[in-house]
Design a protein around this ligand. Structure first.
Ligand code: HEC
Length: 147
């Protein structure tokens, strides 16, 4: 019974998602990093919107992790990595200088968020977090397709 359920789950996973058979799996790697970014950012957003309590140490830990993660996806956008299951638009490879600018925007905004988190001052943290979210969003609008 259990194995039947497992089988069914495995089958749906396979039919919905294209397997990444590329050497080094750059698409899989960058997607995993982006997911971690989202998982790190989301609870911080809850704190800033006063849906969760602010704990200075926990929030600082999140800001440090996000600062680190902000540098990590880009090395996996290699020249030959525009293949399914990517959602990246061809513009990533067609306008590399602008794509790099969007990366820098995220790196700068996460750096500012880290400084604000160190200060422990919510009046600085709130706008800094908003600007990180804005960096995610504006890059996605330009460089991430639907699918
Ligand atoms: C410089 C551009 C850029 C920035 C900045 C950026 N992203 Fe992305 N993001 C992308 C691209 C391009 C993809 C599509 C990657 C792919 O499918 O190959 C993506 C994909 C994702 C995904 C989907 C991963 C998956 O499994 O398909 C998530 C979640 C995500 N980003 C979260 C974030 C968060 C959160 C931030 C901000 C903290 C952020 N991104 C900042 C360009 C960016």
């Amino acid at each position: 019974m259990l194995s039947a359920i497992v089988m069914a789950l495995t089958l749906t996973a396979c039919s919905n998602e294209v397997q990444d058979t590329h050497p080094n799996q750059p698409v899989t790697k960058r997607k995993a990093i982006f997911k971690q970014m989202l998982r790190t950012l989301e609870p911080m957003g809850m704190v800033v919107r006063e849906r969760e309590d602010y704990d200075r140490q926990t929030f600082l830990g999140g800001a440090q992790k996000l600062r680190q993660l902000a540098m990590e996806p880009w090395m996996h956008f290699t020249a030959d990595s525009n293949y399914p299951p990517t959602r990246a638009k061809p513009d990533v490879w067609q306008e590399p200088a602008k794509f790099t600018q969007a990366q820098k925007k995220l790196e700068e905004s996460t750096e500012k968020l880290l400084r604000a988190a160190e200060s422990g001052n919510m009046e600085l943290i709130r706008p800094a977090l908003n600007s990180v979210e804005e960096s995610c969003k504006s890059c996605h609008q330009q460089y991430r397709g639907k699918i």
